[in-house]
Design a protein around this ligand. Structure first.
Ligand code: PLP
Length: 447
């Protein structure tokens, strides 16, 4: 015989809970616990203490936010599923400062008149990329839709068949282009596209030439592509803009840290693209945003496009982005203070030492743990072939899948990676100040 809801609500422990928790949450938790007990009568709580424990657990689960912080021990630093770039402290302070009260989002402080939200960040982006003008929209996909719609609505957009790619989950270049109102004109082949392929496709109907950076794959072997500089010249011959969907948002040359071969935004502008599009939350290391840098006339056309209203960014994004961008004025500071860059450039020796320490603390807690040299990756659509030396704690467990599930179920979920049947915690994407917490979570979940 199961107790009634009203009876359980009378328990002193539940009465105590009600002083801190909304009544609806507690009542729903009690109902759920009774329903669960009805479904599994043999494991139903047997006394008040057990009922209380089940109710407390339900109340906790119900109050967990849907969007939660977690520890990224996957070794993929800019993991799209895990929120891409963590924000710099300066960006968090800017959000706090701007969003906790009112701000000049669309207000010109000098004149007291209405201002434009598209004015924020523009000068800073122009300064950092060498572009004439810039604007910010919701993400890079939005930037591509807006750029195409502004340049080639009802006209043709020429793109190489080698660049009709899928970037991630729901971003397929041909689908996005079709939605922008431009008609896709495919040229070349999957592996080889030549300057003449573009030239032959130019016509009075052409609205733009588009080139999309190979963010998440490499093409090797019998391949040919037209570099952006040559494409810019062809676009100029045809009197149309070159839109360069550049993706990563790399603003600094990371070659000194072993990450080479990708252009920076400044390179892309210098090569002559009319519009360069990039994400704010990939290698740039800021909030989700679509950054457009390029020629003043084309950026102006994008700003005036009514669609810009639907794709606009909010003040939280703008404040975080501006603070992140400002760090780039001093490259050493950007590397040190922008978490994505700090993680990608951290010397491997330090990471290995941290892994040793963490493994030792887990052994002291009774777990079987060792360390291993591994390769981390950048993720987030940049340097797809780069392998970054890293170090991982190897958790020697009976069943890696079960252990991984337990780690995900921790109070702060820990996401590791399984390789060759063992569970690894790659520390490249774990800030050092989280090591102690990580140790506690792993020990708690696995012992
Ligand atoms: C990541 C990426 C996009 C999509 O960017 P979002 O900011 O996620 O919309 C578009 N183009 C390229 C080349 C990319 O790498």
């Amino acid at each position: 015989m199961l107790p009634a809801v009203t009876l359980l609500l009378e328990l002193p422990g539940v009465q105590q809970l009600l002083t801190t928790t909304p009544r609806s949450v507690v009542t729903d938790a009690v109902r759920t616990v009774i329903d669960v007990a009805r479904g599994a009568p043999y494991s139903a709580p047997a006394n008040d203490t057990e009922w209380m424990a089940a109710i407390t657990e339900q109340v906790t689960v119900r109050q967990l936010p849907s969007l939660r912080r977690l520890i990224n021990a996957t070794g993929v630093v800019l993991h799209t599923n895990l929120g891409r770039a963590p924000l710099a402290a300066a960006a968090l302070r800017a959000i706090q400062d701007v969003a906790s009260g009112f701000c000049n989002l669309e207000y010109d402080i000098a004149t007291g008149a209405r201002g434009s939200r598209h004015a924020h960040c523009s000068a800073l982006i122009a300064e950092l990329t060498g572009a004439e003008d810039a604007m910010v929209v919701n993400n890079c996909a939005a930037a591509l839709v807006l750029a195409l719609n502004s340049c080639a609505d009802g006209r043709e957009a020429i793109i190489s068949r080698g660049e009709l790619v899928e970037i991630g989950g729901s971003f397929r270049v041909p689908d996005i282009m079709a939605k922008s109102g431009a008609t896709l004109v495919e040229v070349g082949t999957t592996n080889r596209t030549h300057a003449d392929d573009y030239r032959r496709a130019l016509s009075p109907r052409t609205g733009a030439i588009v080139t999309v950076h190979r963010s998440n794959f490499t093409l090797e072997g019998f391949v040919a592509a037209v570099p952006p500089r040559d494409l810019a010249a062809i676009a100029a011959e045809g009197g149309v803009p070159l839109i360069h969907d550049f993706g990563s948002g790399l603003l600094l040359d990371l070659a000194p840290w072993g990450l080479s071969g990708e252009p920076t935004a400044r390179d892309a502008i210098r090569a002559g693209a009319s519009l360069v599009l990039m994400s704010g939350d990939k290698l740039l290391g800021g909030p989700q945003a679509g950054i457009v840098a390029g020629r003043a006339d084309w950026v102006g056309a994008m700003r005036r496009n009514p669609l810009a209203r639907a794709l606009r960014v909010d003040k939280l994004t703008l404040s975080a982005l501006e603070a992140t961008l400002a760090l780039y004025r001093d490259p050493a500071r950007a590397i040190a203070e922008i978490p994505a860059l700090a993680m990608l450039t951290a010397p491997v020796a330090g990471i290995a030492a941290r892994a040793e320490q963490l493994a030792a603390s887990l052994r002291a807690a009774g777990l079987s743990a060792s360390t291993r040299a591994v390769d981390a990756t950048v993720g987030g659509g940049a340097f797809p072939a780069a392998r970054i030396p890293s170090a991982a704690v190897v958790l020697e467990v009976q069943d890696a899948d079960t252990a991984a599930a337990r780690l995900r179920g921790a109070r702060v979920p820990v996401i590791g990676r399984i390789a060759d049947g063992v569970l690894l915690l790659d520390l490249r994407g774990v800030p050092a100040e989280l090591d102690a917490e990580l140790g506690g979570l792993v020990a708690g979940a696995l012992s």
